[in-house]
Ligand binder design. Sequence first.
Ligand SMILES: [Mg+2]
Length: 211
Amino acid sequence: MIKKVIFDVDNTLLMHDPMYLQTYQDVLKRYGYEASEEGAREVYRTIGDFEKITTYFRMDELYQYFYQKDPKYSKEFVVDIIKSTSKWVKPIDEDLREALDYLAQKYDLFVLTNWFTKEQKERLERVGIASYFKEIIGGDINPVKPSVEAFRCMVKDVEPMECIMIGDLPEIDMKGAHELGMKTLLYDYKNQYGEEPYDRILSWKEIREKL
Ligand SMILES: [Mg+2]
């Protein structure tokens, strides 16, 4: 029997918005760096590369990574880049809100995200869904996905098989959870993972068939 439903954030609860480029460009400009779209993409890529090699998302380590890439980046700049991400929000899908209303009546809901807890919480608050979740845990508190440890930290007082992980990426959100013995549900909103072994939904309307 399922007790905990654990959600990923990006492209699961909150869809990606190309506005990240603009917010990064604004920060680059404020610090006198080249504020082109390419400059913003470089910042985005650097964070993505860091995510692949790190165990935690920690400010000091992220700054060191930026600095090694290019010593022009100051610590204040990296702090402001992180803060700026709390502004990335698009209005949420009403089907998602209905799914959360439904699930919250039956289960305890949690968030497991690789990005910083505070910023992710602020984004979820901005769209009015933070209160659905008992805990919102980021990569500065838990090890980052896809490590099995990230999922183990969410289990706590229940068994892995009493948890289900919902996310949009097979390698990041499903694999480690499955290895630990959690149930998994892939949010395949682009309908591109039909070959993957994971149970999936293509839209939030299907959630009642699964849980
Ligand atoms: Mg995601």
